[in-house]
Design a protein around this ligand. Structure first.
Ligand SMILES: Nc1ncnc2c1ncn2[C@@H]1O[C@H](COP(=O)(O)OP(=O)(O)OP(=O)(O)O)[C@@H](O)[C@H]1O
Ligand SMILES: [Mg+2]
Length: 336
């Protein structure tokens, strides 16, 4: 009988109603709802950007995706396999295929290892044939633009940008399919940021990568992403293709984020949306919409009923009862 070769599934990662509640009985009895019912897919080969302000649950979500922590509810699947159902050995092989690059390389690099050792370490852990370590490390260092004479240096002898290149080289050592970047360029100055982002775009093609790219900085997310998810305190409030999101955002919180991007032209006029009020208490989030306490368009229904994600055209989803009916200020064209 002829065997059928199946095309790989288009969806690489699927998050379905994912929740993460933290309880610390020493502090209080209630749980902190860091991630509260988030669903999205990442397709093979795309860059999915996740944007939202500090504390909204981005890093928590990235740890759940890598199964560095267990979900409190819902599920995450990678290539169709539910991560929570995988045993230790299976998880180890899946983990090889998902790597992470953090904001601060100092936290994740052993300061006593040379640059080359940092890159070969994962090869040793995963028992690659030793003869191949050095040539592969040198190729990866070249791929990320680190010259050979840096290979014997210690991490503190590198610049911030070079150190982040090193972290990327190490993340690529196991030929991952998914690279999770959590604020990977946020600590770098703007010109180095641009270099690293361009490097990441090149590496994506060369190494056939898929990215989950997390940042609080909308300009950075805009530059690198194909699709963008906007997160507001534990919830995804809007997901759309990049062009669509920037041309036609429908959630008031996305509008507020956009209006906070600095403009390149000092005399550009635009309406700003200034948010009033405090960020929600994650121990006792509002009963209705998570954004209701700060939304300039809030109506009675928003305080009572939490909105579900609804579709507004291909790939554009919004969790707002009144999406499409609101006059969200535009005019962020020309924004950086
Ligand atoms: N291990 C933990 N125990 C208790 N609460 C936690 C834990 N980890 C995160 N939190 C809380 O969960 C919420 C989300 O945190 P998280 O680090 O995911 O936010 P973030 O969006 O990555 O923020 P930032 O942009 O500042 O990195 C915060 O209120 C945080 O205090
Ligand atoms: Mg974070």
């Amino acid at each position: 009988m002829a065997t059928m070769t199946q095309a790989p599934e288009a969806v690489l990662l699927r998050a379905d109603n994912v929740r993460k509640y933290y309880t610390d009985p020493r502090v209080r009895r209630q749980a902190l709802k860091a991630v509260d019912g988030v669903s999205f897919v990442i397709r093979r080969g795309e860059t999915f950007g996740l944007v939202g302000e500090s504390g909204c649950g981005k890093s928590t979500l990235s740890r759940l995706v890598l199964r560095l922590e267990e979900v409190s509810g819902g599920s995450i699947s990678f290539e169709g396999k539910d991560l929570a159902a995988l045993g230790r050995r299976e998880m180890l092989s899946v983990r090889r295929q998902m790597q992470i690059v953090f904001q601060d390389p100092y936290d994740s690099i052993n300061p006593r290892m040379t640059v080359r050792q940092v890159v070969t370490e994962p090869m040793a852990v995963h028992r690659f044939d030793k003869a191949g370590w050095r040539p592969l490390a040198d190729k990866l260092l070249a791929d990320v633009g680190l010259s050979k004479d840096l290979a014997d240096r210690l991490p503190h002898q590198l610049s911030g940008g070079q150190r982040q290149r090193l972290c990327i080289a190490r993340a690529l050592a196991l030929s991952p399919k998914l690279l999770v970047c959590d604020e990977a360029v946020s600590a770098l100055d703007v010109s180095i940021q641009a270099q690293i982002l361009n490097l990441m775009l090149d590496l994506k093609e060369e190494h056939g990568l898929t990215y989950l790219f997390i940042s609080h900085n909308l300009s950075v997310v805009k530059y690198i992403s194909d699709r963008i998810g906007v997160m507001y305190f534990g919830k995804l409030v809007e997901v759309a293709g990049k062009e669509e999101l920037f041309a036609n955002c429908l959630h008031p919180y996305t509008g507020a984020l956009f209006s906070a991007i600095p403009t390149a032209h000092p005399d550009a006029h635009r309406e700003r949306m200034i948010l009033k009020g405090d960020v929600p208490n994650l121990y006792e989030p509002p009963m209705g919409c998570i954004f209701s306490d700060r939304c300039p368009f809030v109506r009675a229904k928003c305080r009572d009923v939490a909105p579900e994600m609804r579709s507004f055209g291909e790939g554009h989803e919004v969790a707002c009862h009144f999406a499409g009916e609101l006059d969200i200020p535009r005019g962020w064209e020309g924004a950086l």
